[in-house]
Design a protein around this ligand. Structure first.
Ligand code: WT7
Length: 711
């Protein structure tokens, strides 16, 4: 049973907006390139979609949204089963469309959607689209790291490739429910491998190819795959990364712990490295190209229950051990397809490019499944946004006539354009604007942002400079756990506010609670929770349902707690303010402070470590580590480098601390708890805001830390 619905503030506001005029391209108080100066407040800055855009969009007015939203929360069964019926089901789901217990006080947390329904997500992505005439449509445009290196694949061709791999996997003994680890860069073979697993009911676990051997081993040990799929090497920008060597050490390490992987299927990525140079373990390692082509290009589908697992994706939490987020088939399928369609206002003529890597949830839901379920044409890009120069993205946009471009705010920073924290001034000084203006970008229609809060000045830069003030921006708030978008603009439906993710998606009931878990109404800020389940929600953490319940459902009983802070303004718009737990968001990559700490203390000369996030001009947040050395060990720059190395090796280069701050001692309470609040202030040099230090076991520690701040 659903909780009673209160008429939430956002609905009342959207209702009142239904009568707003929407002049073509009207932008209140927003003058292209005069970014943000002179505004009374960010909340008052409304950016309207053009009439043209609105009239052709799936959701063309606040009113229309409101009607659909109301139905989605008052009658979730009806709303979602209508949508689900557009997919192919071998057998329809049972009487009850969904079943949930969202309240830890009432027993085990349980979420089920379309239970009893038999389907297959690969079939729905490929065969179903081919049957409806899209066989010759381009499914994937692949753009290599080196400009000029590219290829493409139609839906027919993609299905054939997926089937060959699926047949091979079956042949080497992968059955329904078995895990397969995929450690690949953004080659076409990555989505192919995911789809092949889905076709035979195997559970894929993609590990981002930037993770170190130890992180990979940890994941292999946790999910015990029959097969690991990788490639020999990859070029990223001007660097070569030898992926197979990383896999070799991970397999060695996991085998030492008793987890033996039978097969390591290795794709020869000859643009990066010749196969003769690759180290080989006979009997275990197989070249993809040597075997796959021999298999038939058709493969029967394994029909699975809607609640059968589709994939595991590991994500960081507040302890050292990554969490295996489990998504199931039916609800995830319906949810990713629907969110993709509405949040990007997807039309069959669109060319869609999401810059995320399939190693993260964004690449699962919005490179692979969501777009392909819609029969879309997807650009898959292997390289880096700033290679050979920072104009690469716009070059790709023009080359493929990309109409929907979805990225993270950091993309613009890492290419040295915009700065997400300050305003125009900084990026103007850094920004080679000609790298943008020398490309047409005329094909762009909708822009998307994800991964971290996009601040208003970066938003305006994206809107004005990249989109020529023509394209609505979908600032999509969601998480690995949520499977798909939760709070997101629907372009065309209502005016946007730069920096706000706007309103909830259909079926999502966000609430903001205070420290006591009491729901706050109206204009407020607090902890962002969700009141009831949605089809794309994760169902458990692999092998640890208890951790699932304590991490997400126990902090505020009755709700799913996201770990994010959020405020709602007077107009009902939601503004995400960042993590409130011990998770750092570095360039959109989620890193648990505890993971970095445990890597640091594994160094023999490190006695203790405490890690906090600090504002970082380029990465959003940077990693700042306080390190206490073993007694008698002197501070040195070499040691600093070694400590950073340890983190790179154990987690991955993206988790390397930006700063190591020597700490003779750490500020702790008398019960031994590290007071991170104080460390955060020291790290950001807000020394006059240290607050109450009297509860510290040893208050002099703070002075020592301040004294060592710039050593
Ligand atoms: C965390 C989830 C899900 C996509 C990639 C990251 C932050 C994500 C936004 C946004 C503000 C955002 C949150 C969230 N986040 N999107 N549009 N505005 N913050 O997935 O690794 O599971 O991280 O990313 O803090 O909790 P993830």
């Amino acid at each position: 049973p659903r909780k009673n619905l209160t008429t939430s503030n956002h609905l009342r506001h959207v209702e009142s907006m239904a009568h707003l005029p929407s002049g073509a391209g009207r932008i209140t108080r927003l003058n292209a390139l005069i970014l943000g100066e002179g505004l009374a407040s960010e909340e008052d800055d409304l950016v309207f979609p053009s009439e043209d855009f609105s009239s052709q969009s799936h959701v063309s007015s606040p009113q229309k949204y409101l009607e659909m939203y109301q139905r989605s929360v008052h009658d979730p069964s009806g709303f979602w089963s209508d949508i689900a019926s557009e997919f192919y089901w071998r057998e329809k789901w049972g009487q009850q469309v969904y079943h949930e217990n969202f309240d830890v006080r009432k027993g085990k947390i349980k979420i089920e959607w379309f239970k009893g329904g038999m389907t297959n997500i690969c079939y729905n992505c490929l065969d179903r689209n081919i049957e409806s005439g899209k066989g010759d449509k381009t499914a994937i445009y692949w753009e290599g790291n080196e400009p000029g290196l590219d290829s493409s694949m139609t839906y027919n061709q993609l299905l054939a490739r997926v089937c060959q791999l699926a047949n091979y996997l079956k042949d080497v003994g992968v059955h329904k429910g078995d895990a397969v680890v995929i450690y690949l860069p953004m080659l076409m073979e990555l989505p192919i491998a995911m789809l092949a697993c889905a076709r035979i009911g195997a559970i894929h676990s993609v590990v981002f190819a930037g993770f170190s051997a130890e992180s990979l081993a940890q994941r292999i040990i946790d999910c015990r795959p029959k097969v690991v799929i990788t490639c020999n090497a990859v070029r990223r920008g001007s660097k070569i990364i030898y992926l197979k060597e990383i896999v070799d050490s991970a397999l060695l390490e996991s085998a030492q712990k008793g987890i033996v992987t039978d097969v390591c299927l290795t794709y020869e990525n000859d643009s990066a490295m010749k196969k003769e140079m690759t180290k080989w373990t006979k009997g275990r390692d197989i070249w993809w190209q040597d075997v796959i082509l021999k298999y038939p290009v058709t493969c029967d589908v394994e029909w699975v229950d809607a609640e059968d697992p589709l994939f595991l994706l590991y994500t960081s939490g507040s302890t050292g051990k990554p969490k295996g987020v489990l998504h199931t088939t039916g609800g995830y399928m319906v949810y990713t397809a629907t969110t993709f369609k509405y949040a990007f206002d997807y039309k069959p003529t669109d060319i869609y490019w999401c810059t995320a890597d399939c190693g993260w949830i964004t690449g699962h839901s919005y490179v692979t499944y969501g777009p392909l379920l819609n029969g879309a044409t997807v650009v898959v890009f292997e390289g880096a946004p700033n290679y050979p120069d920072v104009g690469r993205c716009w070059d790709i946009v023009d080359k493929y006539k990309v109409s929907i471009f979805y990225t993270a705010p950091t993309l613009s920073w890492s290419s040295g354009y915009a700065n997400n924290k300050h305003s125009l001034a900084l990026y103007k000084s850094l920004s080679p604007i000609e790298h943008v203006s020398r490309y047409s970008r005329k094909s762009l229609r909708v822009l998307g942002s994800v991964g971290e809060p996009i601040n208003p000045s970066a938003w305006r830069w994206f809107f004005n400079v990249i989109g020529d003030a023509r394209c609505p921006i979908s600032d999509t708030w969601w998480q690995t756990e949520t499977g798909g978008f939760m709070i997101t603009p629907l372009p065309g439906a209502w005016p946007q506010k730069p920096g706000s993710a706007t309103f909830p998606f259909f079926g999502v009931q966000p609430v903001i609670v205070d420290e006591k878990g009491v729901e706050i109404e109206g204009e407020c800020s607090g902890y962002l929770c969700v009141k009831s389940s949605w089809p794309g929600a994760f169902r458990t953490l692999h092998g640890d349902h208890e951790r699932y319940e304590t991490t997400y459902f126990s902090a505020f009983p009755g709700y799913y707690f996201s770990g994010d802070g959020c405020s709602r303004d007077k107009d009902g718009y939601y503004w995400l303010t960042g993590r409130v737990d011990d998770v750092i968001n570095v360039s959109g990559h989620r890193i648990g402070t505890a993971e970095v700490e445990s890597a640091l203390v594994s160094h023999p000369q490190c006695a203790e470590a405490a890690v906090v996030g600090v504002e970082h001009e380029v990465k959003g947040q940077g990693i700042y580590a306080f390190v206490t050395l073993v007694e008698g060990v002197p501070y040195s720059d070499d040691l600093r480098k070694n400590l950073v190395m340890v983190v790179r090796n154990q987690i991955g280069a993206f988790a390397a601390p930006d700063k190591i701050h020597w700490a003779p001692g750490l500020p702790k309470t008398r019960s031994g708890k590290i007071m991170r609040r104080i460390l955060r202030k020291i790290a950001s040099r807000q020394l006059d805001e240290l607050g109450d230090t009297s509860t510290l076991a040893d208050p002099t520690v703070v002075d020592q830390l301040i004294a060592l701040a710039d050593c």
